[in-house]
Ligand binder design. Sequence first.
Ligand code: DGL
Length: 271
Amino acid sequence: MVDEPRQSRAAAPILLFDSGIGGLTVLAELRKLLPQAPVIYAADHAGLPYGEKSEAEIAARVAGLLGLLAERYHPRLICIACNTASTIALGMVREVLRVPVVGTVPAIKPAAKMTRSGTIGLLGTAATVRQAYVDRLEAEFATGRRLLRHAAPELVGAAERKLRGEAVAPEAIAAAARGLRDQPGGEAIDTIVLACTHFPLLEPELAGAFGPGVRFVDGAAGIARRIAHLTAGQNFERQVPDCAVFTGSPESTAALAPALAHYGLEHCGAV
Ligand code: DGL
């Protein structure tokens, strides 16, 4: 068990965790609601991509890293800003940490309300699209709707490269679009769940590939509201600049400095 934070509660950060830069899409929404909240952003680039790993590997990495990060930073709340990690490890992490933990859930419920054609597409990682958790969301919130799923691991790398200032490969976007459109009934998709926190970073490119009439939905704003709700009434005081920390080599993250600055984060080195 990890001890309760000992630092001043007002300075205690909210810790956002992802395998990479996808969680920045959650941070962007959190900044709108809680601009004064101190934040630590932690990315497991040494483990990226989670979507291609086994459930056991993901659970072990996420639980181990979050235990270490909780001891080091004494966060008031942890957000697993990663669909893959949340759908697999959220329950386990909540068991072992005393800090409140908010997860990321594929936005099937809002998508089911938004669709007019009744056909929803879902883009996620391979590990996310095969989760029973997604089956349960579909059964609970999308009855009477058709949900077509497609694993688009190439979008994770494309988003990572985009935030390093590199061009987005049109083939990666086209392959993801084909993966949904070419399924039986895929031509009727009018709503797409971006069930990986990396993917909203590519929404303009995806919108171009899917064409007009398709709307995208992700969980970031809902997660930010949940964090604001759980921390309502708490004091926030940013005593040091907000930091981003990474596993993996410094060379792989150096090019991210401008993007991190855009989200109000300093690159603070290794986990
Ligand atoms: N950002 C992660 C998610 O939301 C996935 C990226 C990865 O494959 O590591 O699922």
